[in-house]
Design a protein around this ligand. Structure first.
Ligand code: 13P
Ligand code: MG
Ligand code: MG
Length: 381
């Protein structure tokens, strides 16, 4: 078996929530190189998306491996020390616990992992994509994944015999703390039930998708931990990572990326408090836009049966995405023009995790019920 682990965290960035420093990235690379030399990982890649560092590791320790998770924590801790030395902003931001033993899930970093049989006859080659998003939550993937895995409008491949049996979605209640509260729903039959849940991107997220033609094959993994559920208060946005295997009985990369030309609105942005469009951007892009527009990067890889990664292809680093980027910027400006009003800002339940909740609580205390008709009596007081 081979495992792909993508573990992502924000442990400090330059001049605000922009990007990690070169020294932080070098320290992470040194540790990954060493892990490869001593055989802990077979291969790796290291990227950042905005201020989040993503470790992609290929190994044989399985999903949720204590060795791999402890190692990832070590890498993030080393990068945190450098961020502290350099006086960077938010040093160690996503490391919410002192030292988790054996599993970084629930401790802050985002984790997406898929384990598969590299000898399976139905997978003669193993192409896959890694999506890394900054300034948004895991629900940002609800729209593109629902459309690609349930609707031939975005993925005509669903009409082919291998995909016609559909896909099983594992949906998680991201508001639930302690243990995963999940439900399995099958598309195409239950695509409306899926829609009913997934429209609420703050509460429900897609944790996994499996093929129904080959039920042992996991196609998608998304990091679905929400920092506020773990910490009980706003600790930065959740900045998700997703792994999606492609081709054969799974959608093709060009189908998987097709919903991103919508530049759909997601929850996130400045202080994680607004709705803004998701802009597809090249990997290793710093966040510098107004209200820090949410960004998503996508890297395509192939991996051999012995765990060697190909060179990556930076999918959104291409002029075909320029018009989407422009559209995202225009949609963002349009939304921001109405400031904080109505849909521009997140619903109150989301803001309650931030310092807003103190002011809200104070205002709640000042409300009175005046009978029978409030305003007149209030005016005579
Ligand atoms: P990050 O979650 O990327 O650190 O962003 C937090 C934020 O509040 C940006 O305004
Ligand atoms: Mg940050
Ligand atoms: Mg971030």
């Amino acid at each position: 078996m081979l495992t792909l682990s993508a573990i992502k965290a924000d442990v400090g960035s330059i001049g605000g929530h922009t990007r990690p420093s070169n020294r932080m990235m070098r320290a992470a690379r040194e540790r990954l190189t060493d892990a490869k030399a001593r055989g802990l990982v077979l291969d790796f890649d290291l990227t950042h998306t905005g201020d989040d560092i993503c470790l992609l590791m290929v190994h044989r320790h399985g999903s949720a491996s204590p060795q791999i998770h402890d190692f990832a924590w070590e890498v993030f801790t080393a990068a945190t020390v450098i961020a502290q030395e350099e006086g960077l902003y938010g040093a160690g931001q996503d490391l919410l616990k002192d030292a988790p033993s054996g599993n970084v899930r629930g401790a802050g970093p985002g984790v997406a992992e898929i384990t598969f049989d590299e000898t399976a006859k139905e997978r003669p080659a193993e192409p896959f994509l890694v999506f890394t998003a900054d300034k948004c939550g895991p629900g940002a993937f609800n729209f593109p994944l629902w459309t690609v895995f349930t609707s031939p409008l975005y993925c005509a491949g669903l009409m082919l015999p291998q995909m016609k049996p559909g896909f099983r979605f594992t949906v998680i209640d991201m508001e639930h703390a302690g243990g995963d509260r999940i439900v399995a729903l099958d598309a195409p039959e239950q695509h409306i039930d899926l829609a009913v849940l997934l429209r609420d991107e703050n509460r429900f997220g897609i944790q996994a998708i499996h093929s129904r033609r080959y039920p042992h094959q996991q196609v998608v993994a998304v990091s679905t931990d929400r920092l506020h559920t773990i910490a009980g208060e706003y600790k930065g946005k959740d900045d998700p990572v997703a792994i999606i295997r492609s081709q054969g009985a799974f959608p093709a990369p060009e189908e998987i990326v097709s919903p991103y030309f919508t530049a759909h609105y997601v929850a996130g942005d400045a202080r994680g408090s607004h709705h803004m469009p998701l802009m597809p951007a090249p990997i290793n892009t710093a966040i510098t836009g107004a209200y820090c527009l949410p960004l998503v990067a996508c890297m395509a890889y192939s991996v051999t049966a012995d765990g060697t990664l190909s060179d990556p292809v930076d999918v959104f680093d291409n002029p075909v995405w320029d018009s989407t980027r422009l559209k995202a910027q225009e949609k963002g400006e349009e939304m921001r023009r109405q400031g904080f009003m109505g849909p521009a800002m997140l619903p109150i339940q989301e803001l309650e995790y931030s310092a807003f909740r103190n002011t809200l609580a104070e205002l709640e205390d000042q409300f009175k019920i005046v009978e029978p008709f409030g305003p007149e009596l209030a005016a005579t007081e």
